[in-house]
Structures are given as C-alpha cells and as structure tokens.
Design a protein around this ligand. Structure first.
Ligand code: CTP
Length: 421
C-alpha cells in the first residue's frame, strides 16, 4: 500500500513573486470552479532542491480547458491555446512565462514503446504514471489546501538522498526513453541511479527495448543530454550502459575523447553565451567519425544543407587548418584562415590543438571576429574610388590592415593603402 506523506513546509514561498502571483490566481479559479489543482513535475523537484525552474505545470481534477479559459480571464493579457485532442491547454503570459494545464490522468501501455492509453485518474494515478520518484511530487494549490506537498512515493527522501528511482518495475518497459532520462537527471544533479533501478535498466537494455524506439524520440533525449548542465557526465553514464552505440556504432569513449569532453565542459561558461553549445558536444562526441558517418548523423539531427556543408568542411579540414595555423602569426592571417569556420568547429579545434594555436583561436573568437571595420565603403567613395568589386576588395584589405595595426585609425589605414599620403 502506498502511503501518502504530506509535508507542511510551505515551499511556494520560495518561488519568485511573479510565479507566486500566478499561483494565487490559480487558487482563486480553483475556488470559483470548485476544482482541485496541483503543481507538478520538474518545478516541484527543483523547488525542493532550491534551484530555479519556471515551468509552471499544473493538473486539475476535471476539466483543463474550462480551467484555462477561466484562468485566462484573471490574467487579462494572457493568450490561451487549447489542445483539444489531449485535453490540455497552455496559457502564455506577457512576461514570457507560460502555464501548462492538464487534466489528471491515468495511463497504461498496451505494448512496450506504444503511446499510452489515457483515462481520467486521481492525483495519485497521475503521479504514479511518471518516470522517477523525484519527479512525482505535487503541491496542492487548490483553494482549500494551498501549499501542501503531496509525496506518495517517497520522492522527497530521494531528492534529499540524491537517488534516481523509478516508481514501478515496468517503468522502463513502458517508456524506454526514461533510461536516457535517468542518465540526464543523474548527471544534472549529481544523483545516483539507485541499485534496483540500475538493475531494471540493465534488464530493459538486455531485452533490446531501446532498439524499438524511434530515432526521433532517441534523438530528442540525446539532445537533452547534450544541452544539459553537465553533458560529459551524462555521456559517461550512457557509455556505462553501452548506449552510445545507439547514437553511432563507431563512437569509442577512449581517453582522448574523454579528455575533450571534459575540456568542452570546462569551456562551456566561456563560450556558451553566444552559441548553441550542445552542438560543440555533438561535434566532440562524433569527432572520431569519418565525414560520411558525420553527414549521416547531421542529417539525422535535421540540420540544414548549409549547416552541414559549413561544419563538415571545417571538421574534415581541421588537421590541415591547425597545421596552417602553426605558421600564422599576424592577426590578419589568423582572421583570414578562420573566418569561414563555424564557431562550434573552432571550439572543437581548441580542444584538439597545441597551446600556441589555442591562443590564436581564442584571440580570433574573442577579439578579431567582433571587430568593427573602421573604413567603410562610404570613406572610399569619398576618396574617389568607384563602386564595384574593386571597392569590395579595398574594404576587405582595409579591415585586414586594421587588424594588424596597433592603434588603427582612418588615416593610418588609408596611408597604408596608399590612398592618402
Ligand atoms: N515525465 C515522465 N516520463 C517521461 C517524460 C516526462 O514521467 N518520459 C513526467 C515527469 O514527471 C516530469 C514531467 O513529466 O517531471 C515533465 O516532463 P519534462 O518537462 O520532460 O521534465 P522535467 O522534469 O520538467 O525536467 P526538465 O527540468 O528537464 O524540464
């Protein structure tokens, strides 16, 4: 028998005031409609962990659509989208927050990896169908019970003890993507996959259950791992379960790959601001593959032709690029060599290069690449040059000169171009 533990600490007070305000409105609608409402999913887990999470996921007992319509009247600037098919709704607020509303449900699977059959259920059913105990907590936000944490499956303890634990024994059979999710949550929070859950993962893998998953679902989960806080740890866990082969047969997590992954993790905070850093991890993970294999993976991830060509070019040529870079010392030379190489590829190059070349690539990324040209076409036209390809050449030349001068100015550049004396 599953026991319900109610923890009376008011976690809601730890939420940002914007979200607390929304929850008060939800409470008011709960009173108006006499509906029971619960806050569920990742936000509850992260509240207990004291980590930020702005995904407001709520479930109501009877009718999500009706609840959403009423709630949106309390939130005048909100936009509402009803998904009739799934009996769910989303409300989008002006401040960028959104609220996902579902009706409590019970789910069962007719056969492994199928989509679940859904029926109406209790809050306990709704939490029981979820992946891990840490994700199966709810906070009652109904008008008459506001703020109570409901813990049917000892999720609170598992959060405190840093355990990833499934709720029932066929969880991984119902939904094999949970195997990859286990690796993701374990790596994100530095939690341990608890013994029984670990054994059930091994059983499910032995049954070949993951081979039945569509590439699309696998891909999404892989991408989530690569996008998560600590991808190298997630990748190590996947490797421990021998799952990198689902990604590609020829990926071997040897010392050198491991070193690159760890370095990529280390560099994340420096570079992640400007680009989709998960692609760097994808490039590192596939750095042992040949260009045909790489192209197949890129296609499977749905990248555009243009993206594939640019990235593949850089990756294929990276040995030669690094060799050439050895002899380039002037800013203009470094710039010209690297300017067409995508940033993610340049970071891969940093991970694979000598100290001298690392410095050069970093200088390109942080300094040269973002420089604004001092000489514009207009300046050259004023000096009497005619527009056309010739002018373009002059503009490029001026920029390269600018990069090599210590204190470049309009005059100093034009002088070097012999356009003024
Ligand atoms: N869930 C599940 N099984 C899955 C996917 C999701 O049981 N295969 C449940 C979990 O209860 C999860 C919730 O649906 O908490 C929301 O799913 P999702 O947004 O994918 O995960 P979060 O826990 O919110 O994690 P994240 O912080 O990565 O968004």
């Amino acid at each position: 028998e599953i026991s319900l533990e109610i923890i009376n600490q008011n976690f809601i007070l730890n939420l940002p005031s914007e979200i607390q305000n929304i929850l008060s409105q939800i409470k008011a609608v709960s009173k108006l409609l006499n509906e029971k409402v619960y806050l569920v999913g990742g936000i509850v887990r992260d509240l207990i962990l004291n980590l930020p999470n702005e995904d407001i996921d709520i479930v109501v007992e009877n009718d999500a659509n009706n609840f959403a319509k009423n709630l949106s009247e309390f939130l005048p600037t909100a936009k509402i989208r009803i998904h009739d098919q799934f009996k769910t709704a989303t409300i989008f607020l002006e401040n960028g927050l959104s609220i996902d509303i579902a009706t409590l449900r019970s789910e069962y699977y007719e056969y492994p990896t199928a989509l679940p059959i859904v029926t109406q259920g209790t809050i306990k059913d709704d939490l029981f169908r979820r992946d891990f105990t840490i994700n199966a907590l709810a906070i009652d936000i109904s008008h008459n019970n506001f703020g109570k944490l409901l813990d049917f499956f000892k999720g609170y303890n598992d959060i405190k003890n840093k355990n990833i634990k499934i709720i029932h024994n066929i969880s991984f059979i119902d939904d094999p993507t949970r195997i990859i999710r286990a690796c993701r949550f374990a790596s994100r929070y530095n939690f341990t996959i608890e013994n029984e859950t670990h054994d059930l993962i091994l059983d499910a893998i032995e049954m070949g259950i993951l081979e039945r998953l569509s590439w699309n679902r696998l891909k999404n989960e892989f991408q989530y791992i690569l996008e998560d806080k600590n991808p190298s740890k997630g990748i190590l866990l996947l490797n421990k379960y021998n799952l990198l082969k689902l990604f590609h047969d020829n990926i071997i997590l040897d010392k050198s790959l491991l070193k690159k992954l760890n370095l990529a993790n280390k560099f994340k905070n420096i570079f992640a601001i400007k680009l989709e850093y998960w692609i760097v991890f994808l490039l590192v993970l596939t750095s042992q593959l040949n260009s045909k294999e790489l192209e197949i993976i890129f296609l499977k991830f749905g990248f555009s032709k243009n993206f594939i060509n640019k990235h593949k070019f850089g990756i294929e040529k990276r040995k030669i690029l690094l060799e050439e870079l050895n002899s380039k010392n002037k800013n203009s030379e470094i710039y010209s060599l690297l300017k067409n190489i995508p940033e993610e590829v340049l970071i891969l190059l940093i991970l694979e290069s000598t100290r001298e070349n690392k410095v050069k690539i970093k200088s390109y990324l942080f300094n040269l690449k973002g420089k604004v040209a001092i000489i514009k076409g207009r300046d050259l036209l004023e000096l009497g040059l005619e527009s056309g390809p010739h002018l373009k050449e002059y503009i490029e030349k001026s920029f390269l000169i600018q990069l090599d001068q210590i204190n470049p100015s309009k005059d100093s550049i034009l002088k070097e171009l012999n356009l003024i004396c």
